[in-house]
Design a protein around this ligand. Sequence first.
Ligand code: GLA
Length: 739
Amino acid sequence: MQIYFEEKTGTFHLTNSFYSYIIKILPNQQLGQLYFGKPVRHKESFDYLLEMASRSMSPCVFEGNGFFSLEQVKQEFPSYGTGDYRHPAVRIQQSNGSAITEFAYTGYEITSGKPALEGLPATYCEDDKEAMTLHVFLKDQLTGVKAELLYTVFEAVPALARSVRYTNEGEQAVLLDTAMSMNLDLPDSDYEFVQFSGAWARERFEHVNHLRPGIQSVESLRGHSSHHHNPFIILKRPDAGEQTGEALGFSLVYSGNFLAQAEVDNWGVTRVSMGINPYNFSWQLKSGDSFQTPEAVVVYSDRGLNHMSQSFHKLYAKRLARGVWRDKARPILINNWEATYFDFTEDKLVGIASQAKDLGVEMFVLDDGWFGQRVNDKAGLGDWVANPDRLANGITGLAERIDQMGMLFGLWFEPEMVNKDSDLYRAHPDWAIQTPGRNMTHGRNQYVLDFSRKEVVDYIYDAMAAILGNAKVSYVKWDMNRSITEAFSAVLPAEQQGEVMHRYILGLYDLYERLTQAFPHVLFESCASGGARFDPGLLYYAPQAWTSDCTDAVQRLKIQHGSSFCYPISSMGAHVSMSPNHQLFRSTPLKTRGNVACFGTFGYEMDLQLLSDEEKQEVVEQIKFMKEYRELLQFGTFYRLLSPFEGNFTSWMVVSEDKKTAIVGYYKVLNEVNGPFTRVFLAGLDPELDYQINGSAVQGGDELMNIGLITTDSSAGECKDKNLQSCDFDSRLYVLKAK
Ligand code: GLA
């Protein structure tokens, strides 16, 4: 890893063994983009990449020079109004109504390691040798606003982290109303735009479309990153697949309103920008004030999508997630939500926990319904005190009973919300986000607390800390079950109302930070009606997230597959639930439910007392398997082999670091009759080693990768033996061990 600066040509070259990123100070002192791709040897000048042509109608910067036009030049930090008509990285409203800025280079600094971003989650280093950071300073002389562009190159991963920090060194206040975290102009547009979109219970489905002239984007305006689109996109070459080809992943470490956009201009240049959604956003920068954008992480892969994903996994599992749980295999839990919903007593809960304990489960999680008057979803949110009618000895008493059984105890909270029917709302109706004189739109009968206000966050902190400090709680499920409407804060002046959505997220991060610091032993799992806030921002505080409210194994194939493009297996909450499934009403074999959930944090979302003895025995086996292999499943190198978005079969694989152990998951949606022979090409094995498959046949790593693993089942030909017949929603796990 190295960052070069060439004084004479004004060239910065950031490089490691995976990529080169080359930028240059342009003739007008703005920052230009020359190259991002496979590594090249350093030299003093790459100016030939500046390609400039005189084009009709293009506005030019210097009188008498028809070549230097900002709409032609590839840039790092573009603004609008001085010749570039594409979407900008920055827009600043000034007191005279103008929004023109001219950010010119003033200097740079190279530091070892990576600085933390104030108030925001970000990737980090444990040792300064892991990364280097380039700080480029730009200033708009007229307003006095300074921009510090941060670029971190990592030694061990093909990632580049970027963000911008603004400081108003001028006299007058300005309004920052576009503050993207990154801009990258790529020289051509022969890319496919891959996005992960959906809705509740079908989050992060993969969609692939070739870029075309104009704008393609995904965004959120809902106050959270959302079920609908994820703050993650990929630009891949059309011939790039899982194992080969070029792919660029762009991920925003942020949980609020975002925009991820590719704009193809009329000369085929692709501008990628990513950051806080400029729609409905503004931030007042008074003289002396600073504003830090969230971090965007770009990963470059010339070895296909799997390598891109593995790079995100490595960075996010080890240098974004934090705390004692980061590197630990996650406890196998039982959650009572789908077992009881709101209908429970303490004894009923203990019965569920006790059965689970007998089968090998390690942690009992009490979900919604334990506090205030919360016996349905119409009341109680905001009152974080146990309901004595349900829990006579409070959370402390229940946690004690669970502890005595030798299990860990986990608890559900929805800290950001309030019901009108709650003591909190009755005491502080103005704490719920609302616009004066307007209707208050509800979602699931609840309202959003104004987390842009410190006193609100403080109050919730105290309430949660009182519970966590007085009971043996090892895990918190932090839910968030509605989007924000009528965004407005009672305590901000008119010119700062554009800050509410971002201030809300800062308040959320502040609460997470304080709780994770005060209760470092607690494992936090984030959740938002399933996966509506499955984003890197929250991974910084909660190393795992509830992937989706849909627990159907077949639907989960797509959800987990889509999520895996950016997010590590250790971050995906995945549980075995009842059949027929509660969301999809589909019946699937218990085996398949387990085989899908084991590519995740693993647990049960059901009353195990309702199972037959035979099924209970199967659960015992599943748990035994998970305990033996969870380190590998959660932290091994993950490969997607077959995609549920492309056909009837899905296959995933994890390989240990030493390549001596691997697990392959193979899933079939619909059964076939008299079908073909099947095989799957494995990946990541040592071609020189021989592997024993499920304790019997032995094959070479080279054979398994080049010829394939035979997966043919009884659906090939005619199967008369009832015990061998395969079925719809069938699945198998193959454990490979080097001999
Ligand atoms: C959300 C979560 C569920 C469950 C319920 C409880 O929908 O995603 O897992 O916790 O809330 O109300």
